[in-house]
Design a protein around this ligand. Structure first.
Ligand SMILES: Cc1cc2nc3c(=O)[nH]c(=O)nc-3n(C[C@H](O)[C@H](O)[C@H](O)COP(=O)(O)O)c2cc1C
Length: 218
């Protein structure tokens, strides 16, 4: 079995894709399943993922990578699939009700106390960010980035190259995809596929700070 540390070392941000190669549907299904199961604070799942596979759909997303972000456009059009990570604009009571109903349906509350504890625990954290810290949108985006990390590792494990991209115009992309009307805003775009020959990152060593700079062992 492949060690996850080997995947972490081997995976890289693809800078160019082979436009002739398509990710098998079973692999995409597996990656989306991993994505849907990403963890989030108080199981808030404040995200939505827009998946593009056709040339037309990818062109709509690539349009948001114009101006200073034009370097990202070919990655979006040449990749096999592209996923737009969107985060909620607001944590609504309706969304919390939907979470609770799902948890109940999934058998999370064998006793009534468990349901009450979940309601209270989630509301405590949500209200902290909604009303005390007033950073609910930022807090939800942090959860969405956990999903990003989850997908990047899963893609590496599956032998799929990926490019996480913040280099796009979220206002343009939100308008193109009608995300605001659905209560979301785009935060990061991920291209998925197989790198092409022009991918300099595929032949450049990975660089990370040494262990003693990033870990303190008490
Ligand atoms: C949130 C995020 C946004 C990024 N945005 C871009 C981007 O817009 N375009 C790009 O080519 N790479 C982008 N990158 C790739 C990073 O530069 C890359 O992950 C980093 O240099 C580490 O290299 P590695 O992914 O190959 O290990 C982004 C990475 C992350 C995590």
């Amino acid at each position: 079995m492949t060690k996850l540390s080997e995947v972490a070392r081997r995976r890289h941000t693809a800078k160019a894709y082979d436009p002739t190669r398509t990710i098998p549907q079973a692999t995409i299904d597996e990656l989306l399943d991993v994505l849907r199961h990403a963890p989030s604070s108080v199981n808030s799942q404040p995200w939505h993922f827009v998946v593009a596979a056709s040339a037309e759909a990818k062109a709509r997303i690539a349009g948001a990578a114009a101006g200073g972000n034009a370097y990202n456009a070919p990655k979006i059009t040449d990749a096999s699939h592209v996923i737009v990570f969107a985060s909620r604009l607001q944590m609504t009571d309706a969304h919390m009700d939907a979470l609770l109903a799902q948890e109940a349906a999934d058998g999370r509350f064998p006793v009534a106390d468990a349901r009450t504890a979940q309601v209270n625990g989630r509301r405590k954290f949500v209200d902290l960010h909604r009303y005390a810290l007033k950073d609910a949108q930022h807090w939800m985006e942090k959860q969405t980035y956990l999903a990003l990390g989850t997908l990047l590792l899963a893609a590496g494990y599956s032998g799929v190259d990926a490019t996480p991209m913040e280099g796009f115009d979220p206002v343009a992309l939100d308008a193109e995809l009608g995300l605001h009307a659905r209560g979301y805003t785009s935060v990061v775009v991920v291209a998925l596929g197989y790198h092409g020959e022009a991918d300099v990152n595929a032949r450049t060593p990975k660089s990370r700070l040494p262990a003693d700079a990033v870990f303190t062992h008490l």
